[in-house]
Write a protein that binds this ligand. Structure first.
Ligand SMILES: [Zn+2]
Length: 82
């Protein structure tokens, strides 16, 4: 799902606070990033069990070649300033 305006603002602040900026795509060398989205990922060691272990990521995908950045939300939430 797309990030809410508040989540997008929090993510941008978090990324900037770590010196990160989305520059050119490392694959196609262009700069055309889609809006960030939140996805749930199933850990493979739990994929076949009844109790899935999942975690959420923020992904940012290149609109031209599909290359995707992945940011683990557990790490982002741990690193939030109080
Ligand atoms: Zn690309």
């Amino acid at each position: 799902m797309k990030l809410s305006a508040e989540q997008a603002r929090t993510f941008r602040t978090w990324l900037t606070s770590r010196g990160g900026v989305l520059l050119d795509c490392p694959i196609c060398r262009r700069r055309d990033w889609l809006a960030p989205e939140i996805v749930s990922v199933v850990r493979s060691d739990h994929a076949s069990s009844d109790t899935h272990s999942t975690y959420d990521e923020i992904i940012v995908t290149c609109a031209l070649c599909g290359y995707t950045h992945h940011f683990n939300m557990e790490v982002i939430n741990k690193g939030k300033k109080p």
